[in-house]
Design a protein around this ligand. Structure first.
Ligand SMILES: Cc1cc2nc3c(=O)[nH]c(=O)nc-3n(C[C@H](O)[C@H](O)[C@H](O)COP(=O)(O)OP(=O)(O)OC[C@H]3O[C@@H](n4cnc5c(N)ncnc54)[C@H](O)[C@@H]3O)c2cc1C
Ligand SMILES: *[C@@H]1O[C@H](CO)[C@@H](O)[C@H](O)[C@H]1NC(C)=O
Ligand SMILES: *[C@@H]1O[C@H](CO)[C@@H](O)[C@H](O)[C@H]1NC(C)=O
Ligand SMILES: *[C@@H]1O[C@H](CO)[C@@H](O)[C@H](O)[C@H]1NC(C)=O
Length: 379
């Protein structure tokens, strides 16, 4: 049994940012990570061509800037290098291959009792922590919806987190399911590698450019959100034209309103729309049925496919191990309160990076949490 002041679960950007902020206040902590490296999502579960799609000024972790010569849109490997430098700079030492299995609040001892499994030594480790920080991510497990007949499909079925590049799909018929940023970019990557690519677009989406989103993120600090949304929609309609005849419609609510209300991000176009207009990427509606290689879509279309990529998102898994955190997280392991009031629960439990606000949200949460812990320690 080890007693610690603060226990952080997860060594992704959120856990690392919190660790750095605690270090600034000289507050001792232990950080546990289930994988054998930090930021395993970025190192092992992202596709090759990924760049951070928000401008670098919105993607810094606390207390360390990107190098001045870094490009505006940071490539994946530059971001990983930044995280490695961050770990070194703040001398963060995560305990790797340690999976948190449960965290329970001990009312008598007034502390969190945490049970973790050391994957190397195959033994259980116990911690007692005054403060507990949930930094296990919104992307902790893959989400794959149930599709009737999927079990009859003889081809390759993967989740976007296992997709690396289109190079192995040249000449194949590939279906991407899901039209968020990952799905749209993977479809582009597949088509650029000469895969015969189709994408399922089930609901309305806001297609934007990265420059427009950058402009919007700046303007929204000074102007009403609705006004920024109207401007962005007007400019992007002008840029992309009416996409409804290609199967893509816009939501009624604007991109920033949707982000703040339900956490849904606009799609930042990487060239996918151009390929859709050229019909190099075919847009399909919802899947009705899979029968062997044949996939049927709403509206009566069907096609024969060799592979399916599910770009259908992720789920949080914190609700599987966090007990007594009901005041902070819902049954899906996500915050009950809206950003920016979501990060604190009762009895010294906090969450960082769970409000669908990306790296910017992580930086804000981490600073709030460290200051709050400092204040309650001096009480
Ligand atoms: C493909 C992709 C692209 C993205 N691009 C951007 C972008 O451009 N800009 C932006 O702002 N955001 C982006 N995001 C969103 C978000 O900023 C990143 O997902 C970021 O990595 C989240 O950091 P995190 O630390 O909260 O979660 P993660 O990076 O998922 O880290 C959580 C860590 O906790 C560990 N863990 C989980 N459960 C346990 C447990 N029980 N015990 C121990 N350890 C555990 C995991 O192994 C993981 O290492 C992107 C997300 C994805 C998936
Ligand atoms: C991490 O784990 C993977 C898969 O289990 C293994 O291939 C790799 O060598 C390990 N890496 C390190 C740095 O220990
Ligand atoms: C993740 O990637 C890193 C660096 O690329 C590597 O060292 C590590 O072994 C990988 N871990 C797993 C579990 O694959
Ligand atoms: C490409 O995919 C579409 C949609 O499934 C299909 O109609 C078409 O026949 C495919 N083309 C080739 C060359 O296989």
């Amino acid at each position: 049994m080890e007693e610690v002041e603060v226990l952080i679960v997860g060594a992704g950007p959120a856990g690392l940012a919190t660790a750095a902020c605690l270090t600034q206040f000289c507050i001792p902590f232990v950080i546990l990570e289930r994988e054998n490296c930090s930021a395993s999502l970025w190192r092992n579960r992202t596709y090759d061509r990924l760049k951070i799609h928000l401008a670098k000024e919105f993607c810094e972790l606390p207390h360390m800037s990107y190098p001045v010569d870094a490009p505006t849109y940071i490539p994946k490997n530059t971001f990983i290098k930044y995280l490695d430098d961050y770990i070194e700079c703040f001398d963060i030492q995560p305990r790797y291959l340690t999976v948190v299995e449960s965290a329970t609040y001990d009312i008598d001892g007034k502390c969190w009792s945490v049970i973790a499994r050391d994957k190397v030594k195959c033994r259980i480790v116990n911690y007692m922590a005054k403060f507990l920080v949930v930094a296990s991510g919104e992307n902790s497990a893959e989400h794959i919806p149930t599709v009737p007949g999927l079990e009859t499909f003889p081809g390759v079925v993967i989740h976007s987190s296992s997709y690396k590049s289109g190079i192995t799909y040249c000449g194949r018929n590939v279906l991407v399911i899901g039209s968020g940023n990952s799905g749209m970019e993977i479809a582009y990557d597949l088509a650029s590698h000469d895969a015969n690519t189709s994408i399922v677009v089930r609901s309305p989406i806001h297609v934007m450019t990265k420059e427009l989103i950058r402009l919007g993120m700046t303007l929204v600090r000074y102007l009403p959100m609705k006004m920024v949304d109207d401007l962005l929609v007007m400019v992007s309609n002008f840029k992309f034209g009416d996409l409804s005849r290609h199967g893509i419609t816009r939501p009624k609510k604007g991109p920033f309103v949707l982000k703040s209300e339900i956490g849904r991000s606009a799609v930042i176009d990487v060239g996918t729309v151009g390929l859709i207009k050229e019909r190099k990427i075919k847009v399909q509606g919802r899947i009705t049925k899979i029968k062997g290689k044949t996939i049927e879509f709403q509206g009566g279309n069907e096609g024969s496919f060799d592979a399916i990529v599910f770009a259908t998102g992720y789920k949080s898994t914190s609700n599987m191990w966090l007990k007594n955190g009901e005041d902070m997280l819902n049954s899906e392991g996500l915050p009950k309160k809206k950003f920016p009031n979501h990060w604190k629960g009762g009895n010294g439990v906090y969450c960082v990076g769970l409000a669908r606000m990306g790296l910017l949200g992580i930086a804000i949460d981490a600073k709030n949490i460290a200051s709050d812990i400092r204040d309650s320690m001096s009480d």
